[in-house]
Design a protein around this ligand. Structure first.
Ligand code: ARG
Length: 260
């Protein structure tokens, strides 16, 4: 009787240990399958040549941007506020930050939307003028006629060299992911009055998992072959119920175009 009980206890313990081992394997595996932007994959720079990054004079990447004309880059105001043109570089054609591929362009001037104060109040757009001309392709800006591109469910491409988790380290390589644009109502529910529908557009899955993150700011959100957003802000990264927030480029089309 005691021996039978012992066997039963030992068998139960073995089963529990096996289950725990299987569970930890599963969680390691699922953490490994989404290592990039957050939940993204490597992008080939040749497919997204207008995607650039902003760096300090020492070469350290701090934001993203989009080439919209030979000598003009659209980025986020919060990326350039407080910086001088002389201390800012635009790196073009360099998928791997540790390589020397592509071109490092100097910046001759920085325009920040005059109404910008902080990202959660909108106007988070900035235009850099480069000292050198860079080759096409240039990404067209969304216009006020592009309402369909801002409809909930539109699949948008996000790109950047930012962190692959909130508080994590930045990516060495350009990463990309696809996220659905959310409705304004969904974004208001998440962020209350910090979400300003005329100034911002949100994207992400209800359960999170895929998002831009720190260091991706200023970089492109693309739909219909146009720049519809610039990475701006969010609570954490890739959290369920908290989509990423992007500057609504269509709203700022005229102000940006005036700088081109
Ligand atoms: N503010 C960040 C940056 O400067 C971008 C954060 C985007 N956050 C998000 N959850 N999508 O790089």
């Amino acid at each position: 009787m005691a021996a039978t009980l012992h066997r039963l206890v030992r068998a139960t313990i073995t089963t529990i240990v096996t289950l725990l081992a299987a569970l930890s394997t599963v969680s390691v595996a699922s953490a490994d399958v989404s290592p990039m932007i957050v939940g993204g994959t490597r992008a080939n720079i040749n497919d997204y040549k207008y995607t650039v990054y902003l760096a300090s004079t020492s070469g350290s990447q701090f934001c993203g941007g989009t080439l919209v004309k030979a000598n003009k880059v659209v980025t986020a105001a919060h990326c350039t506020v407080g910086r001088t043109a002389a201390s800012t570089r635009v790196v073009w054609g360099r998928e791997d930050k540790q390589s020397s591929a592509g071109t490092v362009a100097s910046v001759s001037s920085i325009w920040i939307h005059p109404s910008y104060t902080t990202a959660t109040r909108g106007f988070d757009v900035s235009v850099l003028t480069l000292s050198t001309n860079l080759p096409a392709p240039y990404l067209p800006l969304a216009t006020t006629a592009d309402t369909a591109l801002y409809a909930a469910g539109t699949q948008a491409t996000i790109l950047g060299w930012g962190t692959t988790s909130s508080g994590g380290s930045a990516s060495r390589y350009l990463l990309k992911a696809t996220v659905p644009v959310t409705s304004d109502a969904t974004c208001s529910t998440a962020y209350g009055t910090s979400f300003v529908a005329s100034a911002m557009v949100c994207a992400g899955y209800p359960n999170g998992g895929t998002d831009t993150c720190q260091g991706d700011s200023g970089g492109p959100m693309i739909a219909g072959g146009k720049l519809i957003g610039d990475t701006s802000w969010g609570r954490g990264c890739a959290l369920a119920g908290y989509p990423g927030v992007y500057g609504r480029i269509a709203t700022y089309n005229a102000a940006i175009t005036a700088q081109l």
